[in-house]
Design a protein around this ligand. Structure first.
Ligand code: SF4
Ligand code: SF4
Length: 286
């Protein structure tokens, strides 16, 4: 299985658009493709594909539940909690759920067996047959929840458990822990940026991360005609170059509104042509 991440430091560069169209194009080339939408706070690949999410599964994390009839008021759970998620009232422990990471340290520390797993649902994963040879796996964090990481892990595991020739991972923007986890293990990363100061700044951070993760980048300059702040010199310093330039096109907007990926909507649009070029590289990846 070839693993491709589609990522980019800055939000709104068209990362999901590239990921979805790349996955559709790879499946059209005959590769059994799984697309993992790991932008769990705002997953939208299903909207771009024009499909409804299916096969919902819960993502749970550990949540301590205290049995006060067994509790000896020793305070060990409170002292063991690095997140300060437990406070004591007259010796009895109480939980601040939003601070709890679900690490289970308090469970281990309790010699009176007064703590059990109250289990908390923080999100869901979905598995949707989006096209003949394309399965979409989506991670979705419950609104108001802050623990994105377990949902990213759950969705990536579900995607990896499926049989495929290619896994395309659509990461969330940025370069934090869950973006690094999403990219980890990839053979190649398609880095989507734009010709603006912020775009170039964030591109450099993403390239640094890829260097640490030992993942080869393919740089895509999206909306290449909207600004003059190009990353060519910065890339040259790293021995890299822009692989693909995609100018802004009204046809992409039309395809977006219609809920049809541009590679299906208009094969001759520049966006589709450039996606085909990237898909060929991935298709022939050894
Ligand atoms: S570690 Fe167990 S026994 Fe001690 S205070 Fe916490 S719940 Fe009670
Ligand atoms: S699971 Fe971890 S973070 Fe949550 S209360 Fe227990 S020790 Fe603290």
């Amino acid at each position: 299985m070839v693993k491709v991440s589609v990522t980019g430091g800055k939000g709104g560069t068209g990362k999901s658009l590239v990921a979805v169209n790349l996955a559709v194009e790879l499946s059209a080339l005959g590769s059994r493709t799984v697309l993992a939408d790991l932008d769990v706070e705002c997953p939208n690949d299903h909207l771009l594909l024009g499909v409804e999410l299916e096969k919902k599964r819960e993502v749970r994390i550990f949540k301590p539940e205290f049995d006060y009839s067994k509790c000896t008021k020793c305070g060990a759970c409170q002292r063991s909690c690095e997140e300060s998620a437990i406070f004591l009232v007259e010796g009895y422990p109480f939980l601040l759920p939003n601070l709890c990471s679900g690490c289970r340290t308090c469970l281990i520390s309790c010699e009176a067996s007064a703590i059990s797993d109250g289990g908390k649902v923080v999100g869901h994963t979905y598995e949707t047959e989006a096209r003949d040879d394309l399965t979409l796996v989506t991670g979705k964090l419950i609104e108001g929840e802050e623990k994105a990481y377990p949902v990213v892990v759950g969705a990536k595991d579900r995607a990896l458990s499926l049989t495929s020739d290619v896994l395309v991972v659509d990461t969330s923007p940025g370069s934090g822990n869950h973006v690094a986890f999403s990219i980890e293990g990839s053979d190649v990363a398609v880095v989507v940026t734009e010709p603006t100061p912020m775009g170039v700044h964030d591109l450099e951070i993403t390239l640094d991360l890829l260097e640490v993760l030992d993942v080869q980048p393919i740089v895509v300059l999206n909306r290449s005609n909207i600004g003059n702040f190009r990353p060519d010199e910065k890339l040259k310093e790293r021995g890299l170059r822009i692989f693909s330039e995609i100018p802004y096109s009204k046809r992409v907007l039309d395809s977006y509104v219609s809920g049809t990926p541009i590679v299906e909507f208009d094969k001759n649009d520049k966006f589709s042509v450039e996606i085909s070029k990237i898909a060929e590289v991935i298709f022939n990846w050894k």
